[in-house]
Design a protein around this ligand. Structure first.
Ligand code: ADP
Length: 631
């Protein structure tokens, strides 16, 4: 019975491990889950190991010893399986691959266990030596050796992939040393049973090196602290960037406004005012960019899909570039494939924003030469794969800088950009929008020669004929609305002043009022207007509430246009659903104001030309016409 000390020691270690491990709260991970199963199996393994030794050395009934040995070998095979799984888990394979490996190894282990239980086993007892053989024993050894070979391969692989985390390999290195030691010991001292002790010792080392719940908790806390610090740094960087970006145009606005106050010469004042308008537009672009990027990063940006006509969007985008090119000696070419389907389904506003960003950059960073705006498509199975490219002969981008242009606030060669306004947000937003829609953006560029931005996007093709919408083309630039009366409702005095001043060139009669109540009173008292421009966010009674009160009045038919700084995406639709005639975002865009005046006052004004475009020819919607790609 001298040899009982090792199995007894193994049993005590396994009990100690169970108690220490399961009385502590633990982190939840795949490795922890497998380790928990391993130490339970190890407890059973060392218990049976000690039991079989004591039984064979005392009672020694061979048939009972053989049965216990079979159970002992089955548990040993299962330990091999879970150790192998643990190694797969630390290699962090994808869930699908992990599950596949687990299933194959699991079936292999079940077959081995069935083999061990059914096949014959030979148990020999002589002079305090318990020796085992037979096909059942060899079956278990095959499983164990197979798993060990894979464990060695994976440990080596893990070591080379994650040298910094080599600590995870330590227990396995100890295991290999124990296996060799155990083999030699058994060879020279066959009466010593080493397996259970070595396994318990191995799991103890695992506990102290990689599976200690306290250490794991500390690691998790450190990781959470690092993440919080990173987020805090990003927030500080963002704020300091913002402060810089916003103050730059504000500086121009405040500075030039001061100049105008002290200016006597009208021409100089006008020139300063032009600079103020430019700085304000830049500021607006920055604010919109920040709102967009913040929404994207907070996962709040949504894809709003609807049917749209890409061709129309492309034409209007191309037209918008002409004034931007201005006097520059640039030839602007457009090449739109004739097989672009008339109706696509997708987020047309975002598609427009993407194209507009890369087109604007091409114009901004090209001094002379050619800008080619090309759109091709491959139509297949109701899907249209769009290839949108903008190629320029501008300044180009250095190869090592190409990836950085998609970072937010990243602007290359700031010293060359001093005269070109920009925030460094455009391409960051563009890339994220393209990716949100499942597309890709690729840049090819040669420094000093030019760049080509290509966007790949897939959109659904719809065969529904386009709605024949009433499209107004209203010429208001020289229109005289002198007999028209407009009421502007806004609680902010400055905003009232801005709206009134912007309406002045149209020669309308403008009345101002500062609250919803005042507006309601005026209408109830019999005042009549041709148009009401209504701010929404007002104290006591909001613009929307005032509008609904107005609607209740008998004979109230005046168009009411909401005038709001609540200009985030989706707001336009929300206000139109409330019943407002139209929507004007603050700051008021001159062209938008012209459009709204044209639409709302046009019906009663003979001088304004109103056109309804001809409907598109029916053949365009004939789905039997073969697509180019099908030919
Ligand atoms: P920005 O507001 O500065 O234009 P973007 O995010 O749109 O910001 O672009 C980031 C940077 O990428 C620009 O500052 C510019 O240096 C570079 N860039 C973008 N488009 C082009 C282009 N077509 N040609 C050369 N450089 C470009």
């Amino acid at each position: 019975m001298d040899g009982v000390w090792l199995p007894a020691g193994a049993f005590l270690i396994s009990v100690l491990l169970l108690i220490v491990y399961f009385t502590k709260s633990n982190t939840k991970s795949l490795e922890t889950y497998i380790y928990a199963r391993l130490i339970i199996l190890n407890f059973l393994f060392s218990l049976i190991g000690m039991g079989v030794y004591i039984y064979s050395m005392t009672i020694g009934d061979i048939s009972i010893v053989s049965i216990i040995q079979k159970v002992y070998l089955s548990i040993l095979s299962s330990i091999g399986f879970y150790m192998f799984l643990y190694c797969v888990a630390i290699n962090q394979l994808k869930e699908k691959s992990y599950n596949k490996i687990k299933n194959v190894a699991g079936i292999f282990t079940i077959l081995i266990v069935i083999g061990v239980l059914l096949l014959p086993i030979e148990t020999i007892l002589y002079d305090s030596v318990l020796d085992v053989g037979g096909t059942a024993y060899y079956c278990a050894m095959v499983a164990l050796i197979t798993f060990f070979v894979f464990i060695i391969i994976m440990t080596i692989g893990y070591f080379f992939k994650n040298r910094a985390k080599f600590k995870k390999c330590i227990p396995f290195l100890v295991l290999f040393a124990l296996c060799i030691g155990g083999f030699l010991l058994r060879r020279y001292y066959p009466e010593v049973i080493t397996e259970t002790f070595f396994f318990s010792f191995f799991f103890l080392i695992m506990y102290f090196t990689i599976e200690n719940p306290d250490l794991k908790m500390i690691h998790e806390l450190n990781a959470a602290k690092d993440a919080a610090e990173r987020a805090n740094r990003a927030k500080s960087d963002f704020l300091s960037n913002m402060s810089h970006e916003i103050r730059t145009p504000l500086n121009a606005i405040v500075g030039f406004s001061e100049c105008i106050l002290n200016e006597n010469d009208l021409e100089s004042a006008k020139s300063d005012a032009k600079d103020i308008v430019m700085a304000s537009q830049n500021l607006l672009e920055i604010v919109n960019g920040i709102l967009d990027i913040s929404k994207i990063e907070a996962d709040k940006m949504e894809i709003v899909e609807a049917e749209y006509n890409l061709r129309d969007n492309l034409d209007s985008l191309a037209k918008l570039m002409i004034p931007r090119i201005g006097e520059k000696p640039i030839e602007f070419q457009t090449k739109f494939a004739p097989d672009i389907p008339p109706v696509l389904y997708g987020d047309s506003a975002k598609v427009k924003q993407i194209i507009s960003n890369i087109l604007t950059n091409a114009v901004k960073y090209t001094e002379r030469g050619i800008i080619t705006f090309e759109v091709n498509c491959i139509n297949k199975d109701n899907a249209c794969s769009l290839v949108i490219s903008v190629e320029d002969t501008g300044r180009g981008i250095k190869t090592d800088k190409i990836d950085t242009i998609f970072n937010k606030f990243e602007r290359l060669e700031e010293d060359r950009n001093t005269t070109l306004e920009g925030t460094g947000l455009g391409l960051a937003i563009t890339k994220r929008l393209v990716e949100m829609m499942g597309g890709k953006i690729v840049v090819q560029s040669k420094y000093g020669a030019g760049s080509k931005f290509t966007v790949y996007l897939k959109q659904e093709i719809r065969n529904t004929p386009q709605k024949q919408e009433k499209v107004y083309a209203v010429t208001v630039a020289n229109a005289d609305f002198s007999n028209k009366k407009i009421l502007v409702v806004d609680d902010n005095g400055i905003n009232l002043k801005v709206a009134t001043r912007l309406l002045q060139p149209f020669k309308v009669i403008v009345e101002e009022c500062e609250s919803g109540e005042d507006c309601l009173e005026r209408i109830k008292d019999g005042a009549s207007y041709d148009l009401i421009l209504m701010d929404d966010m007002m104290p006591r009674i909001t613009g929307t509430e005032t509008f609904h009160e107005l609607e209740k009045l008998p004979d109230f038919k005046t168009p009411v246009v909401v005038l709001t700084a609540n200009a985030i995406e989706g707001m336009r639709d929300k206000y139109l659903q409330e019943g407002f005639t139209d929507y004007l975002a603050k700051p008021i865009d001159k062209l938008e104001l012209e459009r709204v005046l044209g639409l709302t006052l046009a019906h009663t004004n003979e001088e304004v030309k109103e056109e309804i475009f001809e409907p598109l020819p029916e053949e365009l919607f004939d789905i039997n016409v073969p697509l180019k790609s099908d030919e």
